[in-house]
Design a protein around this ligand. Sequence first.
Ligand SMILES: Cc1cc2nc3c(=O)[nH]c(=O)nc-3n(C[C@H](O)[C@H](O)[C@H](O)COP(=O)(O)OP(=O)(O)OC[C@H]3O[C@@H](n4cnc5c(N)ncnc54)[C@H](O)[C@@H]3O)c2cc1C
Length: 439
Amino acid sequence: MFIYFLRNVAVTRIIVVGGGAGGLELATKLGRTLGRKGRAKVTLVDRKASHLWKPLLHEVATGSLDEGVDALSYRAHAKNHHFDFQMGSLEDIDRERKVVKLSELTDEHGELLIPSRELEYDLLVMAIGSTSNDFNTPGVREHCIFLDSPEQAHRFRTEMNNEFMKLHANNGNGTVDIAIVGAGATGVELSAELHNAIKELRSYGFDDLDSSKLNVNLIEAGERILPALPPRISSAAHHELTKLGVNVRTATMVTKAEADGLTTKDGEKIPAKIMVWAAGIKAPDFIKDIAGLETNRINQLVVNDTLQTTRDDNIFVIGDLAQCTQADGSFVPPRAQAAHQMASRAFYNIVAKLNGRELKPYVYKDKGSLVSLSQFSTVGSLMGNLTKGSMMVEGRIARVVYISLYRLHQMALHGVFKTALIILMGRINRVLRPNLKLH
Ligand SMILES: Cc1cc2nc3c(=O)[nH]c(=O)nc-3n(C[C@H](O)[C@H](O)[C@H](O)COP(=O)(O)OP(=O)(O)OC[C@H]3O[C@@H](n4cnc5c(N)ncnc54)[C@H](O)[C@@H]3O)c2cc1C
């Protein structure tokens, strides 16, 4: 319907940078509507060739999920949804000339594939997400894995499998020592997923491995795990993890990482072969001074309630990269559900802007938070700020709702019918493929 009103408007160049949880949904919606009717030229830029929904990374890390099955090629998706895809890494924005600058693209041997280039825009959407924040803790960058990308998740899986292989070759004598810093959803989910991985490995010939061979320390500086969730959910998750054999250490601040482990503020050494840092996020460092836009202390771009940057209303920001203030003065949390909702609001506002209509404010609707403890349990709260008090859920219902967040993302990308086929394919793959990615 809004397309009809755009009939007399020249083709607008819309660039979405970052094809993640928020950006890919937005580019798809824009392509399906404005792109399909030739009312806008929609271009998605991402530094990677394929999309994998970030909350799945801990499952990729432990091999519970085969990335090859769930990853989506940007080029193929763009072709089917009437937008262009440009592979490249954003390095700067020139707001006066309205161009984004992409750095040159090289292969793994350093050979030039595509030289650096500029793309012109009329409207720009920034959606490049966040990275782990090491708070400048010495040694972390050198020795810890950040679960920010599929490559990091693969690195974790390779190191983990190697350790399991060594242990197996040693007739199961010893332990695999893993330390995870940060007991937010990522750290908690990864700790549980590791126990699932070792359980599955037993059935693939590693019969001398079991949970007792896994020494997982989950380290949290705060007083309780899952600090962003209500205390009773934290304690339910804490209880489940302890039952699995995870060594949960709260009120423990890590001050240094070395090749053989972590040192705490109290001077204690926690030995570990594999270390994961999941203790907070920040936007990429190059955003800090980008194009004179307003940024905060963790490099996020500050937006007003319409999701436009405070200093340039031709630039929208969605997802983890945005600092968006809510009515109560708090900030919208960096979550997939926020990225999903922001994509819808930005879509509405972009169309409204093109039609000369009033833009609407984005209001975060917290539908609750769920934490998957792999196959063992799922705990969390539902309805978040939609009710006065959140409703605690556990077990099967919680698992179904947890999975539904990913299904919503898939539906935004593929529609209901194709998503149903993907679910069916997943069921078939469960019969055809091993439960664990073993290579
Ligand atoms: C292990 C893990 C588990 C999580 N679990 C949950 C969960 O259960 N529930 C929940 O709500 N949230 C969860 N989150 C958080 C959630 O993943 C993020 O909030 C969400 O992905 C943010 O979406 P986004 O679109 O802002 O960024 P992302 O989804 O991170 O996408 C950013 C995109 O930008 C691209 N990009 C980055 N830099 C550049 C550049 N310079 N140039 C071009 N492209 C670039 C990246 O390749 C990527 O495709 C989890 C996060 C992690 C790491």
